[in-house]
Design a protein around this ligand. Structure first.
Ligand SMILES: NC(=O)c1ccc[n+]([C@@H]2O[C@H](COP(=O)([O-])OP(=O)(O)OC[C@H]3O[C@@H](n4cnc5c(N)ncnc54)[C@H](O)[C@@H]3O)[C@@H](O)[C@H]2O)c1
Length: 331
């Protein structure tokens, strides 16, 4: 399946061995793009060579860190589009090791952006932002005008990264877009620990027949996106003129309580149990309450709408990990 915009387009994907990046790359390759991947394979995160197994002979993989300016520059030469997805991804770790989060999500982002200005000023950049940038909510559904008041270091630094890109992009004439991504689940997520990507982790616990912990009543609303819908949003953000200079929320239109999500996983996996436990202190500190996204802006400007229901997404997710478990379970 070729697409005239992506066919033969030189594209760099940072963090491309991880969850969001690898799923995007599989589609980019189908569309005919010439893909380079930059990933540091840092052990805490979701980098996994198996994620790119189906296209391993069709993409160029460079092992390197976004904080290494020279390596970054060598990857950026000649690129027309950059999906900048690499980052420190754990809310919890950002509180226990804030300096690492600053180093990757602030310093690393600045090194990366300055290199973009030098090597490919005409390229478009799509930044992976997060709903965590909003923090404690003043109203819901959350639109893009909602104040950003992050409740953890990760949210603060992801917000700073977005602002660096948008500000410098505007001042230096680069075409930048940010997607404020929601909780996303599906194939190719790391399944080694539950520090981030909790729905994916719970799929593992259920498949292993273990107890899935629900903190308190589990009544907080969540808005989960299936990975294919997030990939579709990246592709539109990288292609459409209307996306330039904009930030967009993603959402699913089918919010559920945390407890309901857990019940669905246990039912669809056919194993696992639910264990109600008190809120651990480190989670209570960073919990933001109900989160429901207003994604009408991306729907209006780019025509994006989530397609997968939670039931459909969970079915595909469980089927994938049943088939490829040995590539994801090992620590
Ligand atoms: N998955 C979600 O639900 C979600 C939600 C909101 C935002 N995001 C953002 O999307 C991005 C990717 O998330 P993911 O779920 O794919 O995570 P992931 O851990 O699966 O992938 C991240 C990838 O980035 C790489 N990486 C990390 N630091 C790097 C560095 N300094 N240099 C080069 N590579 C580095 C890792 O090796 C990994 O392969 C993150 O920036 C995260 O903040 C994700």
């Amino acid at each position: 399946m070729q697409n005239s915009y992506y066919a033969d387009l030189p594209v760099l994907v940072t963090g491309g061995l991880g969850f969001l990046g690898s799923n995007l790359i599989l589609e980019l390759v189908k569309l005919g793009a010439r893909v380079t991947v930059l990933d540091a394979m840092l052990p805490l995160y979701g980098g996994n060579f198996f994620n790119l197994e189906p296209v391993k002979n069709q993409v160029k993989v460079v092992l390197g860190d976004i904080r290494d300016g020279e390596k970054v520059k060598s990857c950026l030469k000649g690129q027309k589009l950059v999906f900048h997805i690499a980052g420190q991804t754990s809310h919890v770790d950002s509180m226990t090791d804030p300096l690492l989060d600053i180093d990757i999500n602030c310093r690393g982002n600045m090194i990366f952006f300055l290199a973009c200005l030098e090597e490919c000023p005409d390229a478009r950049i799509v930044y992976a932002g997060t709903r965590g940038q909003y923090g404690k909510l003043k109203y819901t559904p959350v639109d893009e005008e909602h104040p950003m008041d992050p409740s953890d270091i990760y949210g603060i630094n992801k917000m700073a990264g977005e602002k660096y890109f948008l500000l410098l992009g505007q001042k230096r004439g680069m075409a930048v877009t940010s997607l404020r991504i929601n909780n996303t689940y599906g194939p190719r997520h790391q399944m080694k620990h539950g520090k981030y990507g909790i729905l994916n982790w719970f799929v593992r616990l259920a498949m292993d027949g273990q107890a899935l912990p629900v903190f308190g009543e589990g009544s907080q609303l969540r808005d989960y996106n299936y990975i294919d819908d997030v990939t579709a949003a990246f592709l539109l953000a990288g292609e459409r003129e209307e996306a330039i200079g904009e930030v967009f929320n993603l959402g699913c239109g089918e919010p559920v309580t945390f407890r309901r999500m857990v019940e669905m996983i246990v039912a669809q996996a056919g194993s696992g149990t639910i264990n109600t436990v008190p809120w651990p202190e480190e989670r209570k500190q960073i919990e933001v309450g109900d989160y429901v996204a207003d994604f009408s802006k991306i729907e209006r400007l780019l025509g994006w709408r989530p397609q997968a229901s939670l039931t459909q997404g969970l079915d595909k997710t469980i089927a994938y990990y049943r088939q490829y478990k040995e590539h994801y379970w090992a620590g």
